[in-house]
Design a protein around this ligand. Sequence first.
Ligand code: FES
Length: 647
Amino acid sequence: MTDEPIEEFDPDLLRREGLTAVPGGDTQTHDGTGRVDLAFTIEDLEAPATHRKVRVPPGVTVFDSASWNGIAIDSTCGGHGTCHKCKIQLTPATPVTKHDAKTFSREQLDGGWRLACLAQATRDHEVVVPPLTTRPKAATVGVGRQVILRPAVQKRYVELTEPTLEDQRTDLDRLLAAIDDLEPVADLHLLRRLPQVLRAADFKVTAVIVDEDLIDVEPGDTTSVRYAIAFDLGTTTVVATLLDLVTGTPVAVASMLNRQQPFGGDVISRISATMLDPTALGRLQDAACETLSRLANQVCREAGVDPAHVYEAAIAGNATMTALALGIDPEPLGVAPFIMSTAVPPTVLATDLRLELHPRARAVLFPALGAYVGGDIVAGMLASGMDRDKRTRLFIDVGTNCEIVLSDGDRILSTAAPAGPAFEGGAIRCGMRADDGAIEVIKLDPAGGVELGVIGDVEPRGLCGSGLVDAVAELVRVGLLDSSGRFIPDETAPDVTPGLADRLTMIGKERVFVLHRPTPDADPADCVVLTQRDVRELQFAKAAISTGWTLLLEQLGLEHRDVQQVLLAGSFGSYLSAASAVRIGLVPQLPVLRIVAAGNVAGEGAKMALLSVRERAGARALLEEVTYVELSDRPEFNDKFVEQLAF
Ligand code: FES
């Protein structure tokens, strides 16, 4: 382990990769710690401006920060600085890039106008987002991915000639003949509506087509009204994004805890529930459907969109969540040899999942690579373009089950590492979810200072996953934890960290480090503490993960320094401090600037599948391109795991 891994790297190399500032201050750098607050003012031509506050790791661009939070900013170039559309006004302003200089006048630059895709948030900013002006042909989603808009949901407005005694074509022939670029097939539902809608609307109607199917005719011209919902169906949290398919922009985002929580926090406990109780599968399915349906109602309500104008949903979930939502017995996923019922779930009607959208709306579920590298990871790979980048990239979705993907630009390997519940706060004495009161950032000063970043800026109540990683990384850095993960003896602590030694104490027979005392003389048992056992939990989790990527690197004949980008994904991974992740060895020893928070990539992949049929096909193609590596049966696994335990 090294405190300053960046020094091992040639600064010129990093500069050529665009990772460090070039002379003239083209880009800002950061040290990979902490959080920044962005206060967005979102202007709208037809409504009063709205305000949103978001908190992101430093170094994320303003464009990505907005997109992760469902705030739309104009763009057609995919965040490459070339379309010059993603204009925002920043206070304080970020350094002027050469693309900013080409886009804005001197007065505008002085007024803080910048291109959002190039402005890295390295401190707190206020951001004004002007009203959307473009009707783009492409949308930027995922990790800088640009998607040409070609949704499966299409609409065609037609004005038909009325039938006469001379023109006796059927209603359907008349309609299909007027749609010249598509050849959809009608179903019974459509035929039942067609005669009445055509005549009531004077033969001026809009045909609604999803893939090959003509699912409806609507009176008049409704071509500007076309929506879909992308779901990230997580084991813990479920996120829904309502997308306007005409513009490719998100119009509302909502999230809630998965209502399957009472059956256990992880996939194994939910699978076990179905093995112990024959009614559990039905109840788990009900809970999944209720979660999806509540979120669908919420996003439609918030955006003022009629649910009948939502024609498709895409769902990215792990293999167990997908099976449970479909009411498929998950037991074979939970016991060796871990077999899925299918890698490619069938497309179902949204009503089969009890979603109250258009009655013929479809729900598309992501395909999976294996029982433990599921549809959420396939969606994440799609969003991060793992199959389209020539660089050597490592993708890590950190959670109870950690999925790891390594690509050398040619071959792609994936694996899963059981990291346990440490990152979700489980099995950690003061562990909690990333909710108000959770310590998410920690900085220790050996002279005595403890700086805590707390979600919601309230009294600390506990420690979330990123706080846990920070706590251990900082304690290793200041020398209170040795490389084996043990707290150093009480006798030596005052010499090592004079200002922090008194925080090292006991609760019962266990040594703990006090992170927050509610009152100066509070009993340690009433304080927010990190225990020796907590350190062990994290140590096992990080060893499982780092064993995973170490073995993948070895399989491709690569070393740490060959990795050009590490994408930390998922609701936990994206908020992890890059510096702390490097320090404890959760990721390879690389400059923090090579470690990128990727956001909710599963949700982004689901959006891409809705915005583009080509991307949807790309998700299927990943099943052929990616090799799944099972680690647990490797003879060297145990030796590597033990090696990786050290900090
Ligand atoms: S310049 Fe095109 S998105 Fe920023």
